[in-house]
Write a protein that binds this ligand. Structure first.
Ligand SMILES: C[S@@+](CC[C@H](N)C(=O)[O-])C[C@H]1O[C@@H](n2cnc3c(N)ncnc32)[C@H](O)[C@@H]1O
Length: 201
């Protein structure tokens, strides 16, 4: 059992460390007319039990609007709509992911609640969002800070595995997924963002 767990942990580390390398070879062949450039990281879906935990930590209400920045196959916004009846928008730059997310929305019959849009997340106005979900590289989280700084007061940000450098967290949770058997790290922030003080880890 310990051997299997170590194997899974090593595999997860290898996948994550390959993100930046994969970025260098961003798939120009996947670009369509709307996509002006490739994604800034590769797609890795958040396990469903981790999504449930992220949704718990976001304290979502039915009236909330949930954004997933880099939504992949749309699993987070679909899960939020199914569980809370809230609205959501998933943004991704990769046309293949957009196609998968649209199919996911259809399959789960949440078209009335969930929108999927092909956009570069670094160009978005986040003013309408109550909850922001992130599963991106640390450098991407950092680059989003000027946009996140304009969130409505009280909006929540829930980041998977990578925190937002220099920003004070409300909560951090370690969650072992039964789906992949490894620990996942979840970080919660509330707007307005506050700078981390030097003594915080
Ligand atoms: C690690 S995946 C996370 C997928 C999903 N949020 C989840 O947790 O299951 C990151 C996603 O970000 C997308 N992405 C990367 N750079 C982007 C950008 N500049 N604008 C929009 N999406 C981007 C990738 O295409 C990929 O689907």
């Amino acid at each position: 059992m310990r051997r299997i767990l170590s194997f899974l942990a090593i595999t997860a580390v290898l996948v994550l460390t390959s993100w930046e390398a994969a970025d260098a070879a961003a798939p120009s062949s996947k670009k369509d007319a709307k996509s002006v450039r490739g994604p800034d990281c590769v797609y890795v879906g958040t396990p469903y039990d981790v999504i449930d935990k992220m949704l718990d930590l976001a304290s979502i209400r039915k009236t909330d609007v949930v954004y997933d920045l880099g939504c992949g196959d749309g699993r987070i916004v679909v899960a939020a709509a199914r569980r809370f009846g809230c609205r959501g928008v998933g943004y991704d730059i990769d046309p293949q992911r957009i196609q998968e997310a649209l199919e996911n929305v259809d399959r789960n019959r949440v078209k009335g609640l969930v929108g999927i849009e092909q956009e570069d997340i670094f160009t978005l106005d986040l003013g309408r969002a109550d909850v922001i979900m992130l599963y991106l590289l640390p450098s991407m989280n950092k680059r989003l800070i000027p946009q996140l700084a304009k969130l409505k007061p009280g909006s929540r940000i829930v980041a998977h595995n990578y925190d937002i450098e220099g920003i004070a967290r409300e909560e951090s949770v370690t969650f072992r997924s039964l789906e992949d058997g490894v620990n996942h790290y979840i970080y919660v922030y509330t707007a307005p963002l506050k700078k981390k003080d030097a003594t915080e880890p």
